[in-house]
Design a protein around this ligand. Structure first.
Ligand SMILES: Nc1ncnc2c1ncn2[C@@H]1O[C@H](COP(=O)(O)OP(=O)(O)OP(=O)(O)O)[C@@H](O)[C@H]1O
Length: 334
């Protein structure tokens, strides 16, 4: 085990309601995404960001930044902010995906899953290699467009327009989106008053409303109840049936097994396994268990319990606040 491995977070979750569920096999079409020797690099300034990335096992190196003379002149006298380092978050990943595939991405925290999705969506430029996409990736585009200070109602319109729907089409889909997200009258309140689960569900509902060619889901499903998961699963099947492709990043291995036909396993920025869902999921589960023989250390278990308790408390407070706001909004409308 390397030093980085010892620090890793192993959020391997099993959702009882997903166990035994399987994604439907569909006929696969032509390739719709080719990722070829993809490298993605972040530039970070200062020691803290560097340490954080090193702890997660990413390849980090300090670089000398050569500023042009005039820039140095303009910056003279400014506070020194620390050394510049490069975090090599995705390192030489290649794979091809076909229309109709549902691809899960697994890996411990910091293994590069989200960075890779962002690169596929065109939000992170590759340092080296290329991404060829036929079709329009959704979700991340919607994430970028939404505004927390505006109501869910306004955001549904903005997100819908960002996906290429007309205002009339967004109007027609409005009720369906609200119902799918399960947010009720909260839709008339600013999104910043939502709990993180409500926000994630609304983003997922908007992003999947336009039958996207490539639907990307980064943990959104983990935030819903069983009924929301069921709705999400049928939405994923719908996208695949229309020859679309689904990417799902989740720490819940049972959700991946229930919703995907193929899995990519990433570790320290590299693709270590790519294959049929059960083959990769079994290998990944074995790896995670091998990293913590005899289960978690008591300290780690206590740390997780403390974190969960704090999160539950914060969520409860947030829900109470949102409920009060909702009441206020309902009174104002009456
Ligand atoms: N904006 C950023 N600036 C600098 N480094 C980053 C940034 N985002 C991610 N990283 C680093 O890149 C590496 C990969 O992170 P990424 O978030 O892609 O992993 P992940 O597998 O999605 O993790 P998680 O499961 O925790 O969401 C990590 O070392 C992380 O610290």
């Amino acid at each position: 085990m390397t030093e980085a491995d010892e620090h890793m977070d192993f959020d391997l979750e099993i959702e009882p309601e997903d166990e035994g569920e399987e994604a439907l096999e569909t006929d696969l079409g032509d390739p719709c995404l080719v990722v070829d020797d993809l490298h993605v690099v972040y530039r970070v300034i200062g020691g803290r960001a560097r340490k954080e990335a090193e702890k997660k096992g990413s390849e980090v190196r300090e670089i000398k930044v050569k500023e042009p003379f005039f820039k140095r002149l303009l910056q003279s006298g400014r506070q020194h902010v620390g050394a510049v380092s490069e975090v090599h978050a995705v390192r030489g990943v290649s794979f091809t995906v076909r229309h109709g595939e549902s691809v899960g991405i697994v890996g411990v925290n910091g293994s590069g899953k989200s960075t890779m999705l962002r690169a596929i969506a065109g939000l992170m430029p590759p340092k080296h290699g290329s991404v060829h996409v036929s079709g329009e990736p959704s979700l991340l585009g919607v994430n970028a467009a939404l505004m927390p200070q505006l109501s869910g109602e306004r955001n549904i319109m903005i997100g819908g327009l960002a996906l290429g729907l007309t205002p009339k089409e967004v109007d027609e889909k409005f009720d369906e989106v609200v119902e799918f997200a399960g947010i009720g009258d909260f839709v008339y309140l600013p999104m910043k008053t939502y709990s993180s689960g409500m926000g994630a569900r609304l983003r997922f509902a908007i992003s999947s409303a336009a039958s996207p060619d490539i639907l990307m889901i980064d943990e959104a499903l983990a935030t819903g109840d069983a009924a929301f998961k069921e709705r999400s699963k049928s939405r994923i099947e719908e996208v695949r049936a229309n020859a679309g492709t689904v990417f799902l990043v989740s720490h819940s291995i049972s959700t991946i097994e229930a919703m995907c036909t193929r899995v990519l396993w990433m570790h320290q920025g590299q693709l270590v396994m790519d294959g049929p869902v059960h083959e990769v999921a079994d290998a990944y589960k074995k790896f995670v268990r091998a990293q913590r023989p005899g289960g978690m250390t008591p300290a780690r278990r206590r740390a997780i319990q403390r974190k969960r308790a704090a999160e539950a408390k914060a969520a409860e407070a947030e829900a109470k606040k949102a409920e009060a706001e909702q009441k206020k909004a309902a009174e104002a409308r009456a």
